[in-house]
Design a protein around this ligand. Structure first.
Ligand SMILES: [Zn+2]
Length: 292
């Protein structure tokens, strides 16, 4: 029998959860965390969650590639090469799906995507909580990002497209912020959300070593079964799901590093994962939602 734990779900407020997995912050602090699974909506989430004023400490590493452009080590070097390709793919996707020009990128990081979008004719605004990332965005990419505080000051129904590339799993006030973001999107506008998928082949294969659990930086661990209803209840319809095939290799490489495995194994698991990536089973997925 699975033991029920009293804990409020960050997505649906249901008070009962079960222990899903014990995981470690392999990347930085080596601290243990427990993943709980909501008995109602099925969301898997990280506990205990560091307080907001402490969470910044868990991002303080030069290795956190989302926020850095340093080419150091094989994994980072591959990551940077692949990033150029995926940036082009992302802009292509947005151009195909979005008819208007007003684009908001939430969690814009160092602004690489926004720069590309801007170069392709979009009127862009980016929000980013990390000050160092905002500085890099300004100095390297010539885009000015605002803090997350700006979210509450933006006008409703003013964006044709909101993008969140590997950001939703970090959002501290999940219900509040997603409601706010949903309100900013115009009727028939598009919300593009990319998140890791713990029900992927690599997710199940690596279990507690799976690098995309990335606790406690990742507060939620979505799957198609949990993210789709969560966003749809905000007045959206899922239009497309796209696999992020490079993520299967990248996440497998990091996972092998954490468990002392080999690059060859990582390539094998990444490949096997992508072979099974149809029907929403990729390591990371892009979800395209359209506002009703
Ligand atoms: Zn729930």
């Amino acid at each position: 029998m699975e033991h029920t734990i009293e804990h409020n779900c960050p997505a649906c407020n249901n008070g009962q959860a079960i222990i899903f997995l014990e995981v470690t912050d392999h990347f930085l602090s080596k601290e243990p965390f427990t993943l709980l699974k909501c008995e109602s909506c099925g969301l898997v989430y990280t506990t205990p969650r560091p307080p907001l004023e402490k969470i910044g400490d868990y991002y303080k590493s030069e290795d956190y590639v989302s926020h850095s452009s340093t080419k150091k080590g094989l994994v980072n070097s591959v990551y940077n090469k692949v990033r150029n390709y995926t940036l082009n793919q992302k802009v292509k996707l947005v151009k195909r799906l979005v008819s208007g020009r007003d684009l908001l990128d939430v969690g814009a990081g160092t602004g690489h995507f926004l720069k590309r979008a801007q170069d392709n004719g979009f009127t862009v605004l980016g929000l980013e909580p990390d000050e160092d990332a905002r500085t890099v965005a300004r100095d390297q990419n010539n885009v000015t990002l605002q803090t997350l505080d700006s979210l509450s000051t933006l006008s409703p129904d003013s964006y044709d497209c909101v993008t969140m590339w590997h950001v939703l799993e970090h959002v501290y006030n999940l219900q509040e912020d997603t409601k706010q973001i949903a309100s900013l999107i115009k009727e028939k506008g598009v919300w593009i959300i990319a998140v890791p998928n713990h029900t992927s082949f690599d997710g199940t294969h690596y279990g507690s070593y799976w690098a995309a659990y990335d606790v406690p930086r990742h507060l939620y661990h979505f799957s198609p079964e949990t993210i789709v209803p969560f966003i749809e209840q905000l007045g959206f319809t899922l239009e497309e799901q796209l696999p992020m095939k490079f993520d299967a290799y990248y996440v497998s490489m990091l996972s092998e590093k954490y468990k002392g495995g080999s690059l060859l194994n990582a390539l094998r698991i990444g490949w096997l994962s992508n072979m099974r990536s149809k029907n929403g089973k990729c390591s990371s997925q892009i979800y395209v939602f359209r506002k009703k």
